[in-house]
Every structure is written in C-alpha cells, then in structure tokens.
Design a protein around this ligand. Structure first.
Ligand SMILES: Nc1nc2c(ncn2[C@@H]2O[C@H](COP(=O)(O)O[C@H]3[C@@H](O)[C@H](n4cnc5c(=O)[nH]c(N)nc54)O[C@@H]3COP(=O)(O)O)[C@@H](O)[C@H]2O)c(=O)[nH]1
Length: 834
C-alpha cells in the first residue's frame, strides 16, 4: 500500500477561492463550475477558511435566505494544513481523527495544494489490495427517503442521521435515485431550495453488487465521478451504500494494522539492535584480541582494554594518533603500501606484522583490518583486530629447530643433512663436480657412557661437535645423526685429497685429550668412512649408507682411521646384515649347540678340564664360525643372552656328568660386555645352586679387554666368584694389552697363552723368547699356564720342556659334542680305575 507516499505527490494543485463575503450560492456555483468539492476562503491574499460539500449539510434550508448568507459565516477556520512531505497514511489518520475530508498541502516553495479523501482513494496505488476484498466487507446500511420529501426536510434528516447520502425511493419503495452532499451544492448553486427530493435526487441510480470487488467499486466511483454507490444483492435489491469515505476508512484501518505490525517489527529490530550493540560493547571490552577503531584517514578513535594490555599504550595515549605509533621499523614502505592498497580496494587486509610496544619491545601480531562503509559506499572507519603471536612464532621456530637440529649439539640433524646432501647432489650434477660425505663415529664411546655416565658422554659429544665445527668450512655441513655418529658433507671437492686433508684435521683436533671428569682426561679417536658423489652413489641414501659401510670397515680393522668406500664393502655389509638377522633367531630356532674341547695335563696326558665352545649351524648359511658371529653379537647386544644361554647349557651338562660320576671343570667364555652389564656373580651363584653343582667345576674365561675400563669393578666380581670356588682363566694372553701389572690385582687362576704363539714355535726366536717370558712370569705369579692351539707333537714337546701345565689343541682333542668328551672321560676314568 502506498500510504508511505508523501502527500505532496497526489494533492490537487487546482485551488478554488472565494471571499468570505461571497454568498454560499456564489461559492457553490464556483465549486460546481470547477467540479471540486471544496472552496478556499481568502481574505487579503490569505486563506482564512474552507467551505466544503460536507459543510452544506449543516445548513438550515428551512430558511429561504440561507443560500445568500456569506461563506465567511459558514466556513471552517482555520484550515488544516500539512507539509507536502507528510505521508498519506498520516493525512488519512488526521482526516479520521478530526472528521475532515480536506486539508491544505504546503510545498517547500511556498505554493499550496489541496488534498481530499477522494484524491487519496483515487490516487494511492492499492489496486491489488482492493481486488482482495468484496464490497460487502465495507458497505454500510443506507438511509432511504421518500421522493416526495421536501429538500430542506431531507437535509435535516441526513444531518440528524449523520449521513452524507441517502437513497430516494418512490411511492412503491422502488429506489429511483440518490441524494448526496454534492446534490446539496448543486441546489445551493441553482438557488432553488423549495424542491422535493424527486427533483433533486440523481435519477440514474449507479449500483454495485455486494459481491463485486472493492476495486470494481472504486472504478465505478472514479469513472462516474461520484462518491457513492448503491449496493445491491444478487436479486438486485438495495442492501446498503458504499462511498469513497468507506473505502478510505477501510484502507486506513488496514494501513493502521499494517503500520502496527511494521512498528512492532521495528521495535523488535530496535530492541535486537540495542542488544547487539550491548553485546558488541561487551565483546569490545572483554575481547582477548586488541581492537583499534580508526577514522577513514587512520586516526585512532577507540581502543579496547586488550589493546592496552598488548601494547602498553592506554586509550588516551593513542586516540587522535595514527597506527604508525606502533610501527616497529621492521617493514619497508612497500609493505605498508600494499596494506593500504588492499584496504582501499578490497576493504580488508590481514597478515603478520611486527609492531612495537610502549616499552620499545617488538612483538609479532596477527592483524586483521576491515574497512567500514556507509550507505554511499564511503569508508567511514577501519577496525583493526590483532593478537600477539610472538610466542607462537617462537614455538614454531623451536619446533622447526627441533625438527631440523640436534637438541644436544644444535648441529643439523639427519633430516636437515639429507636435505643438504640432496641439494648438494643436484648442484654437483649441474656443475659436474664431486662431493663427499664423511661418516664419523667415536671409538669406544659406549665405554665413556658406561663408565662415566651419560652426562659425561653428552659433554664429550658437545666438545667433539665444537672441535669438528672449528675445522669445517662455511659451505660444509656438520650434522649429528644421533648417538656418537657425525657426518660432514663437503658439497664440493676437487679431489679425494680433500677428504684425507679433512681427516688429518680431524685427527689434529682430537689430539687434545677430552676432560671427562675433574681429574680424568681421555684421548678420543674416531673411525671415519667416506663416500664420494658420483663414484660411490648418486642418491642421498646411497652416499650415507656407503660412507657408513666404510666407517664400519675402519671399526672392523681396529678403529681409529679413515677409509674410502669400496664396492666390496657393500657386499660385506650385506652379508653382515643377513648374518645379524639370522643370529637374532638362532637360540629360538635351536641352531646353537655347545661343543667341548678337552684341556690336557702336559705331564700325565690326561684330560684335566674342558672349554665350552659355541657352535652355530644355520639351515642355509651352514656352519658359522664363532670368530664371525661372536663379535657381531657383541656389536648388536645379543651377546648377553647368548652367554647366558651357554652358561645354562654348560651347567645342565655339568649336572648330568656329575650324576654320571664325571667331574670335569669346564670353562665358559664370558664376553667383556656380559661382564660389564650383567650381575655375573648372582647369575653364576643362582645357576650353581639351581643345578646343585660344585663351584669348582665351573671356570670363567675372560679376556684382557674385559677389565681395561673398570679393573676394580671386574676384580671385585671375580674375587667374589673365586672365593665361592669358581676359577678364572685369562684367555688369549699376549694378544691384547698384556699389561702384567694388573695380573697381581686380579684373581686369575690360569693364564692361557694365545694359540698364535705356539704356531711359530720353535722356529721363531721372538715367539720363543716371549713364550719363555710369559711362562716364567706365570710361574712366579703361581698361575697355571695353558697353551692353546697345540697341533703337533713338536709343539707339545716344546711346552712340556718349558714346564707349561696344560695344553689345548687339535693334537689332544678338537672341540666336539658333549657325548664325545663324555666318552673320552669315561674311558679315562675306566683306565684310572684299572
Ligand atoms: N663369549 C663367547 N665366546 C665364544 C664362545 N664360544 C667361542 N667363543 C669365542 O669365539 C672365538 C672363536 O672360537 P672357536 O672358533 O670355537 O675357536 C676356538 C677353538 O676351536 C680354537 N682352537 C682350539 N684348538 C685349536 C688348534 O689346535 N688350532 C686352531 N687353529 N684352533 C684351535 O681356538 C679357539 C679357542 O677359543 P679360546 O680358548 O676362547 O680363545 C674365540 O675367541 C672364542 O673364545 C662362547 O660361548 N661365548
């Protein structure tokens, strides 16, 4: 409904005037002439009143001179007026409230118009709405008057009944016409008021069916230029009357109720927006993010408490300033240029920005700026929302650092090294040059950890990292892969000489001993393996693997050296790998067996004891020598369970022999690792108790390397066992440190001279001298001397002549199964008994 239109749009600009002194007849005549329903009364160019059709009903037509009375005495004054912008709906309400049908309309230019109910009804665009309703919803009962009724009397009745129209009927009650206020004007204009209704009433009765639409009614009113219709039912009988006023009244009611709905909607929206505003204010106050509101030029208007918390600036400090008060100086003008460009063209910008707190501290924030527009699409404000992400960034960097750097030494880790090697390969490929990867492993690092603790081990690694850093070039990458493994990547080498040069420099920096504890220093050596691109591999993995293999080759050859990768190493490494995998399952798969080799008394030729020697037969690899798999087991930690298994097997065997009446002291080889890590004393005692074997039947064979690190600890363990009855043999004597000083400290019962010495006897003078010295010294220390590897009678004669006590070798008996030794022992016992 167009009740919202300004009244100025539909008001009539054809104003008809008269003077207050003009007669009513004159005024009515003028209204008739101009076909209007009102006349404005002007005095001295000023509108002082209005006389309308509606006023005619108030006249007393019983007075013959009534029509000659002045307009001024019957007009309505003052005239109601409204500004032209007033909405039609408000004018309709005004009409209804005051009972008017006309009002003046004042235009801003000083001109005037007039607005009537009829103008409104005809001009507002309510067609669609009018189609929805039928005439019967609006019609009113009508007054009927006999056609013979005098005009003056009829007007009296109409006034009394407060109606502006009546249906005129004939003597048969048949409607013959209608009398309205317009007819009253006509009578006044004609000057003859002593008529009956028959002469006054309109003869062509214009009717409308009560079921027709209001739109049809309005069309009928408009096209006939009338304001009243007679309403009939389907039988054609008069049921009522419908006027412009009725329609307008109805429209106004509808408008009011629609207005009511609109107003309550507006109130609701207002309430909602108040709530939203309140909420927004609370969000602003309590947000964890800093909020800044600026004007279109960037001058700060408001900030929230979080802003103060994050920047140190109070709101008063910054209001009126621009955001540049926070500038850190870390971004160039181009950065800010791009930000403003984005804001102006896209209305938003977000990103990380370094800003400065009031105390000068820089901080990184994540800032989102959004432009606020008015209805004309002009930017009125900018809102900036930010949070401090400095800590977040630091954490990210820390995570990145952890991901790419070793925590202990801060050197690049394996991941970063791989990246660097990969880049170096790409560059070497492009520029056609060589690069080298050097794998560096600390020798005996485990011993440092075991004996001095892990923190001391860590200190050594950090010190080593520092020393290595000092000798690497800027382009080189020194990385720690973990444990005691370091890698140096030389992204460009001119020749293999570069590798040995760096190797020498490494040796040089290692000359200085490492401080392990306050009082203890230690010389550290390294095993270094190197591989070269493209000769030894073209991928990161190959180069690292091959350098590692070369390093292992150095380890295998006695450590402390540098070795370039060679193809055959790869094959060896593969075998090594296969063997290790197979060994892990050897015990569970029952592939291991203990063999026994007799030890024979030199003087009597009788078996006096035996040595348990492990044998491994793999279904595919066949017989694998302990010389091969024992060092492997020592490297990968399997040796402890292997030694444990052997000890258990031997004790079981000893028990069995004991029950058969065979008592033969049997030696078990104990790896230095088992000696260091396991609680050997408890284990041995438990086993002997479990099988109920005399401790004297068990001997432990140890090598010098077992006590080189911790002579006191080993001595204590062996002493306890020795006191218990278990004897100890020092194996492979002459091949290791051969330091005689500790022999006195340790509870050693037997000294086993390594088989390699007897091999050269008696031809080799040096061996002969050595042999004699060892035997002499052993005798002085009251140690039993056992000579290993005796294969010939000549050798046996030699040791016999030297006064050695026991021999062990192929000559007197090869290592064989328990049953073989058992048979030999039973035979020997039988002979002794005889
Ligand atoms: N920790 C453990 N170590 C063990 C165990 N079993 C063996 N080993 C060690 O492995 C190394 C090699 O042993 P093996 O191949 O058994 O060799 C032994 C004898 O078979 C060999 N031998 C004996 N007589 C002769 C001979 O006349 N000539 C000759 N060429 N070799 C001979 O010598 C080895 C003796 O070993 P050992 O007395 O211990 O030195 C070796 O180091 C074993 O210790 C095990 O269960 N645990």
């Amino acid at each position: 409904m167009h009740f919202d239109l300004p009244v100025g749009n539909v008001a009539s600009r054809n104003l008809v005037y008269c003077s207050p002194d003009d007669t009513l007849a004159h005024a009515a005549h003028a209204m008739r002439t101009h076909q209007c329903s009102s006349i404005l009364v002007k005095d001295n160019h000023k509108i002082i009143g209005i006389w309308t059709e509606a006023d005619t009903i108030k006249l007393n037509f019983n007075r013959a001179d009534i029509i000659y009375q002045s307009v001024g005495s019957h007009m309505t004054s003052p005239v109601e007026s409204v500004p032209s912008q007033t909405r039609i709906g408000e004018v309709v309400a005004l009409f209804r409230r005051k009972g008017f049908r006309h009002c003046l309309v004042d235009y801003p230019d000083g001109s005037q118009g007039i607005m009537s109910q009829t103008d409104i009804t005809l001009n507002i665009n309510v067609d669609h709405f009018l189609t929805l309703y039928k005439v019967k919803t609006v019609q009113e009962l009508c007054l009927t008057m006999d056609s013979s009724l005098a005009f003056a009397k009829a007007v009296d009745i109409m006034r009394l009944r407060q109606t502006d129209a009546a249906v005129v009927i004939d003597a048969h009650a048949k409607p013959i016409g209608i009398i309205t206020q317009a007819d009253l004007v006509k009578v006044i204009a004609n000057g003859n008021i002593s008529l009956t209704l028959e002469h006054v009433a309109l003869k062509d009765l214009i009717v409308i069916n009560k079921n027709d639409s209001l739109l049809a009614a309005r069309e009928a009113l408009s096209s006939n230029r009338i304001r009243h219709l007679v309403v009939t039912n389907d039988e054609g009988r008069v049921e009522g009357m419908l006027s412009m006023r009725h329609i307008l009244h109805f429209l106004q009611l509808e408008y009011s109720s629609q207005l009511q709905v609109a107003l309550s909607k507006r109130d609701e929206a207002l309430k909602q927006s108040m709530q939203d505003l309140n909420l927004a204010e609370r969000v602003f106050e309590f947000a964890m993010e800093g909020i800044i509101i600026t004007g279109p030029e960037g001058q700060i208007i408001r900030t929230n408490p979080a802003f103060t918390l994050l920047t140190g600036y109070s709101e008063e400090d910054v209001v009126g300033q621009t955001m540049s008060i926070l500038a850190s100086g870390k971004h160039d003008p181009a950065f800010y240029g791009q930000m403003w460009h984005s804001l102006k063209h896209e209305g938003k910008w977000s990103g990380e920005i370094w800003n400065k707190r009031k105390n000068g501290e820089l901080f990184l924030e994540w800032l989102t700026i959004t432009a606020v527009y008015n209805e004309f699409n002009d930017i009125t404000h900018y809102t900036g929302l930010f949070r401090d992400v400095t800590e977040h960034r630091e954490q990210e960097e820390q995570i990145r650092h952890l991901a790419y750097f070793d925590e202990l030494t801060s050197l690049p880790n394996r991941r970063l090294l791989k990246d660097r090697v990969s880049l170096a390969i790409a560059s070497a490929h492009r520029k056609q040059h060589q690069l080298a990867v050097m794998f560096i492993d600390l020798d005996q690092f485990k011993r440092i950890n075991d004996n001095f603790g892990h923190s001391c081990g860590d200190d050594v690694l950090v010190e080593l990292a520092d020393r290595l850093k000092r000798i690497t070039r800027e382009d080189d990458t020194l990385a720690r892969l973990g444990g005691d493994e370091f890698v140096i990547l030389m992204p460009m080498i001119h020749s293999y000489k570069d590798i040995s040069t760096l190797g020498k420099r490494i040796n040089h920096v290692l000359k200085e001993p490492f401080q392990l504890t306050e009082n203890q220093t230690m010389h550290v050596t390294t095993s270094i393996g190197a591989s070269v691109y493209p000769d030894d591999g073209s991928t990161v993995e190959d180069l690292l693997k091959n350098a590692d293999t070369a390093m292992y080759s150095v380890k295998a050859n006695g450590r402390n050296g540098l070795q370039l990768f060679q193809e055959e190493m790869a094959q060896r490494s593969m075998q090594h790998f296969t063997l290790e995998a197979a060994l892990r399952n050897a015990i569970d798969n029952h592939e291991l067996e203990v063999h026994y080799q007799p030890k024979v008394d030199v003087k009597t030729g009788a078996i006096c004891s035996s040595e348990a020697l492990l044998r491994w037969t793999h279904p595919e690899l066949g017989h694998v020598s302990p010389a091969k798999f024992i060092p492997l087991a020592e490297e990968n930690g399997l040796i402890e369970s292997i030694d444990q298994w052997v000890m258990n097997q031997v004790c079981q065997q000893l028990k069995q022999w004991q029950t058969q009446g065979i008592a033969v002291t049997t030696a078990i080889n104990v790896s230095p690792i088992s000696l260091r890590h396991r609680n050997l004393v408890k284990e041995v005692k438990d086993l002997l108790n479990h099988y109920d074997i005399q401790p004297e039947l068990l001997q432990l064979e140890i090598t010098e390397s077992a006590f080189i690190d911790d002579i006191e600890g080993v001595a204590t363990q062996l002493k306890t066992l020795n006191d218990f009855g278990v004897t100890v043999a020092l194996d492979d004597f002459g091949t290791g440190y051969s330091s005689l000083s500790y022999l006195a400290l340790l509870p050693i019962n037997e000294l086993k001279i390594d088989g390699s010495f007897i091999q050269n006897i008696p031809d080799c003078k040096n061996s002969d001298m050595l042999f004699k010295a060892i035997t002499g010294m052993a005798k002085n220390l009251k140690l039993k001397v056992v000579v290993e590897g005796v294969e010939t009678q000549r050798q046996l004669d030699y040791v016999k002549q030297l006064g050695c006590d026991v021999v062990q070798g192929y000559l007197t008996g090869r290592p064989s199964t328990a049953s073989v030794l058992e048979a030999a022992l039973l035979k020997q016992n039988a002979l002794e008994t005889v």
